[in-house]
Design a binder for this molecule. Structure first.
Ligand code: NOJ
Ligand code: CA
Length: 667
């Protein structure tokens, strides 16, 4: 059963403790402090425009920045406003995610709602500000009001006056279908002209900040455009007619967020984005099963087999069974088969997503999967024929539910035809489409892995069947981005950029990194050991073991991946420098998994094991062998086991493009 989410609730969250006071504002000048008082957000109306400023430890982090919206045919809500009232409350609740990077999450913030009115038009606009110890969220709320039934947003006028001297990591803004499947740029913030979010900064005084958004519902994706060096204005992705959003009645925009910390690890450990989303809307989540998955995929990407029918067709009954055997051996819970249905591959048009290819006996594959306690993941590559998909969603999903299929990987490669128009993958209508898929899937107890969809904004807290998504230059880009693939440093940037919004289906775990049957001249730009380390560095509740049965069985690194968890009780990011190296440790029950990766430089890292509990642990260390080199000899790994305690300090010698993966079990 799916509960009825209140998608526009501003104050509707069920909270552990709420203290609310309302005061009539006279000065229109309000300060909201974080619970630990280190962060301070000042909001005021200056010359009729709402403005905000963020200070941390008394120093300005975001200088005075304007706020407001433009609605078609109305005076801009960037002028003529006066504050009518201010309401404050404290939020303090602890919640348990269905899956996540920590078993318990504390949501602790001070909130302030400023109610403003534009006397000349009578329009009302509220600003909701929440200040946490680890950052800030604010959103606009248009309350129900006479004369505002149906209306059009033509621009959002939110500014971010960030420190121009900061170093930044971002993707250029874009509306292309694969705008998120690019490599992050490192640049002085003052050189950045446009950016998608997350946009990540390291300030010259050593603070770290991520600009992003939370709870992107019924609204277009926000990008950023520089108005002067270091200062950005929100630029919403347009509908085909150039406007931004068609709304009716009361509405809350997504939250505009600043995740803030000293260490890069403070960013990656933060739950601010999830905390700004509504609690779980699904009454029963027992059918949501995080875990690793394998499947007919990498062999297709490498053109060893084909999506289309023919002599090299990948998704045959026999091959699917081999992957089910692999899943069982690996402790994986799901098996994906791309190219299982008719008209997959080639032009992809005319798929009904229900008819299997002649050499794929769906009933037999499902029987074999069930007998081995493995779930089948159906591939729905819409190829952008979204109108067709929408019209048939319920029929397709109902049939899957009948068959016992509880997971779908969706895809929107290239176009996005919806509402009779070819549109951006990131506009308001596209955002609504992804949500309709998640809602329909929940009705039929189906989990979603979405490729070429929208960046994550923490919605999985509310809809935990939205398991993971792409929006990342993942493993396949080692192939599509030519001989250079994904440069090693990209993986040291992603935990602090793309993963700030939520899980990514990066699909790690290719151990035969040089495998190139098609002789395309491409390969994976890491060592095999670095692939193992990614299971701690990257989070996805459906996490792929991307390699083939043959490659796994012939590589000693496979032992590390067996029974790998995909949802965690605790996560720590340890020694990390964005773009240089990352060390992350994750715990499931009593077992810790640590992954350390480096960029194109050799590095020696000292890792204190303070995160371990008391007593002795056996550390199984999978590392690059003495003669391993990312470019010339990437496959060899050494496996060593030794006894350690929380007082131990490990010295990890990482070769360029390499990594170390360690499993700690209590002795
Ligand atoms: C792009 C997706 O990202 C990839 O995973 C998939 O295999 C292809 N499209 C085909 O649908
Ligand atoms: Ca893709």
């Amino acid at each position: 059963m799916v509960g009825k989410p209140n998608r526009r609730a501003v104050l509707g969250t069920a909270l552990g403790a709420v203290l609310a006071t309302t005061v009539a504002a006279t000065s229109g000048h309000v300060t909201v402090r974080s619970p630990n008082s280190l962060l301070r957000v000042a909001v005021r109306v200056v010359n009729g425009r709402l403005r905000y400023e963020v200070k941390r430890r008394g120093r300005v982090l975001v200088a005075s920045s304007g706020l407001g919206l433009d609605l078609a045919g109305r005076p801009s809500l960037t002028s003529g406003l006066v504050v009518e009232s201010v309401e404050r409350r404290t939020i303090d609740e602890t919640w348990r995610p269905v899956w996540g990077s920590d078993a318990l999450v504390r949501n602790h913030a001070r909130e302030c709602v400023l109610r403003t009115v534009q006397p000349s038009s009578g329009l009302r606009l509220n600003l909701v500000v929440r200040v946490f110890d680890d950052g800030v969220g604010f959103r606009y709320h248009l309350p129900a009001q006479a004369g505002l039934d149906a209306y059009t947003v033509t621009a959002e006028r939110t500014e971010f006056a960030l420190p121009p001297t900061a170093t930044s990591w971002s993707l250029a803004a874009g509306t292309d279908w694969n705008a998120d499947e690019r490599h992050y740029r490192q640049a002085p913030l003052s050189d950045v002209r446009t950016a998608q979010t997350p946009l990540t900064l390291a300030t010259s005084d050593g603070q770290h900040v991520v600009v992003h958004e939370a709870a992107l519902i019924d609204y277009p994706s926000m990008t950023l455009a520089a108005t002067r060096p270091g200062t950005f204005a929100s630029e919403l992705i347009s509908l085909p007619d150039g406007t931004k959003a068609r709304l009716s009645g009361e509405f809350s925009t997504p939250w505009r967020t600043l995740t803030i910390g000293d260490r890069p690890g403070d960013l990656a450990e933060s739950h601010l984005i999830e905390n700004l989303n509504e609690p779980c809307a699904l009454a029963d989540t027992s059918w949501i099963t995080p875990g690793t998955y394998v499947g007919v995929w990498w062999e297709l990407q490498r053109r060893h087999t084909t999506w289309t029918a023919g002599p090299r067709h990948g998704a045959t009954t026999e091959r699917a069974k081999q992957y089910i055997d692999l899943a069982k051996e690996a402790g994986a819970r799901h098996v994906l088969a791309e190219g299982w249905n008719t008209n997959a591959g080639g032009q992809w048009s005319g798929q009904d997503f229900l008819t299997p290819q002649p050499d794929f006996d769906l009933a037999e594959v499902l029987r074999y999967a069930r007998a081995n306690d493995i779930g089948f993941t159906a591939h729905n590559e819409t190829r952008g024929f979204v109108d067709y998909y929408e019209q048939h969603l319920d029929t397709i999903f109902a049939r899957y539910a009948q068959l016992g299929i509880h997971a779908i990987k969706t895809g929107y490669a290239i176009r996005f035809e919806l509402g009779g128009a070819n549109r951006s993958h990131f506009d308001q209508e596209a955002v609504r489409h992804y949500q309709r898929v998640v809602d329909a899937a929940a009705r039929h107890r189906i989990m979603i892995i979405a490729h070429e969809a929208i960046k994550p904004t923490g919605l999985a807290r509310t809809y935990p069947n939205l398991m993971t998504g792409e929006g990342v230059a993942g493993m396949e880009q080692h192939h599509y981005m030519g001989p250079l693939g994904n440069p090693p440093e990209q993986a040291t940037i992603l935990p602090f950029t793309r993963f700030m919004g939520g899980p990514a289906d990066y699909t790690p775990g290719v151990l035969n990194v040089t495998w190139d049957p098609a002789r395309l001249g491409t390969r994976v730009q890491t060592t095999s050991a670095a692939q193992l380390a990614l299971y701690s560095v990257f989070f996805s509740p459906l996490q792929m073991l991307a390699d083939t049965p043959e490659n796994y069985r012939s590589h000693p690194g496979f032992a590390y991946l067996k029974d790998m968890p995909a949802s965690w009780d605790e996560t720590r990011f340890l020694d990390c420098v964005i773009g240089d190296h990352a060390v992350a440790a994750r715990r499931k029950g009593d077992v810790w998994y640590l992954g350390a990766i480096t960029d194109e430089q050799d590095r020696t890292l000292r890792v204190p094991l303070r995160f371990l509990g008391s007593g002795r642990y056996s550390a199984e260390i999978y590392r690059d062998a003495a003669d391993t080199s990312w470019q010339h000899n990437p496959l060899p790994i050494d496996v060593e086991t030794k006894t350690v305690r929380s007082s131990s300090v490990l010295t990890l010698r990482l070769v360029a493009g390499g990594g170390t993966a360690i499993r700690f079990r209590r002795e």
